[in-house]
Design a protein around this ligand. Structure first.
Ligand code: NAD
Length: 338
């Protein structure tokens, strides 16, 4: 089978490329990525020479480029990770989120329709459900929870989900959607909570924590997310949405304290900063559907995954250094891609 993986130079897409290429040496994979600030070719460096992998630089909103690629490659399956993904950036500049996260999805699906693709999979987020109150630990997001977004980021992802379901109903496009909780693991850009705290704590810098750090996130190791998407794409039913999460709820302050403990750094580094506007209080996924219908199970607990992730960040200083210095952005000038 031939896969198009969009956004594969980002955090989750990059891990997914590694995961799939190793697991399925007889399938082939084309990665299409615009290489925004979040795209990093150094994440893909180890797999660029694999015979079943090809990288193409391009924007999913570029109708001509996308159409030519579909025509040339004859894809069976399209998995869309490409998106602007940082909530704080969506508050500063919403427009690019609407372009990449909505128009990009429409552009891809139009060609999926035109070229008779077997499956379009949209990588979505639990943030489309809004948030849950802190004093109701009995509540979880199910696939039936109404969409109720808080940020321009989550509104753009929810809009895309609605469009995906509309293409299924109107054009019978074979689609699936996964809505996953917060991911952590290797190759995550250090603007997100876990790699940011690991980086700053190692340098004995102040650790900014929004509000009182009470917000609860439901953490899933990125490789567990990858195994869920792999399963949905191969065994999931057309037109279905699958929530993905591992019941690993932690307050932000607990996450920060865990990282400090593993790195043997003092809690005095923690600094509380003014809360993010519209900050969601609690996310918590009920993954019963994917567990029961597809037999998915996460491998990592948060306690094992966080230690491994801290170790990855400590061991991969070069990758992080190039992100910090901006050196990773020059990758295309330094190397020729296939
Ligand atoms: N990070 C999380 O915790 C999380 C959780 C649930 C769902 N998601 C979703 O998973 C997907 C991937 O998230 P991530 O954390 O890896 O994001 P990321 O920001 O690390 O990576 C996004 C990638 O998409 C590329 N990209 C952005 N706009 C593009 C465009 N218009 N055309 C082509 N490429 C483009 C970027 O260059 C980058 O490589 C997103 O759709 C996000 O909404 C993320």
């Amino acid at each position: 089978m031939k896969f198009l993986i969009t956004g594969g130079a980002g955090f989750i897409g990059g891990n997914f490329c590694h995961y799939m290429i190793e697991k399925y040496p007889y399938d082939s994979f084309v990665c299409l990525d615009a290489l925004t600030y979040a795209g990093n070719m150094e994440t893909l460096q180890d797999i660029l020479d694999k015979p079943n992998f090809k990288f193409v630089k391009g924007n999913i909103c570029d109708k001509q480029l996308v159409e030519e690629l579909f025509e040339k490659e004859n894809f069976d399956i399209v998995i869309n990770f490409a998106a602007e993904s940082h909530v704080d950036r969506s508050i500063e500049n919403p427009k690019i989120f609407l372009e990449s996260n909505i128009i990009g999805v429409q552009t891809l699906m139009d060609d999926c329709k035109k070229f008779g693709i077997k499956r379009y999979h949209q990588v979505s987020t639990d943030e489309v459900y809004g948030d849950l109150p802190l004093d109701r630990p009995d509540l979880f997001f199910t696939e039936e929870t109404p969409i109720h977004t808080s940020s321009p980021y989550s509104a753009s992802k929810a809009s895309a989900d609605l469009l995906v379901m509309a293409y299924h109903r109107t054009f019978k496009l074979p689609v699936t959607i996964s809505r996953c909780s917060n991911n952590y693991g290797p190759y995550q850009f250090p603007e997100k909570l876990i790699p940011l705290i690991i980086k700053k704590a190692q340098n004995d810098e102040k650790l900014p924590v929004y509000g009182k750090g009470e917000n609860v996130r439901d953490w899933l190791h990125v490789l567990d997310h990858c195994s869920a998407i792999d399963l949905i794409v191969r065994k999931g039913k057309d037109g279905e949405i699958y929530n993905v999460g591992g019941h690993n709820e932690r307050t932000n302050i607990d996450v920060v304290k865990t990282i400090l403990k593993v790195l043997n750094k003092p809690e005095s580094l923690i600094t509380f900063v003014t809360d993010r506007p519209g900050h969601d209080m609690r996310y918590a996924i009920d993954p019963a559907k994917i567990e029961k219908e597809l037999g998915w199970k996460p491998i990592y607990t948060f306690d094992t995954g966080i230690v491994e992730t801290i170790k990855w960040n400590v061991d991969n200083k070069q990758w992080l250094k190039h992100v910090e210095s901006g050196e990773y952005l020059n990758w295309m000038q330094r190397y020729n891609t296939k």
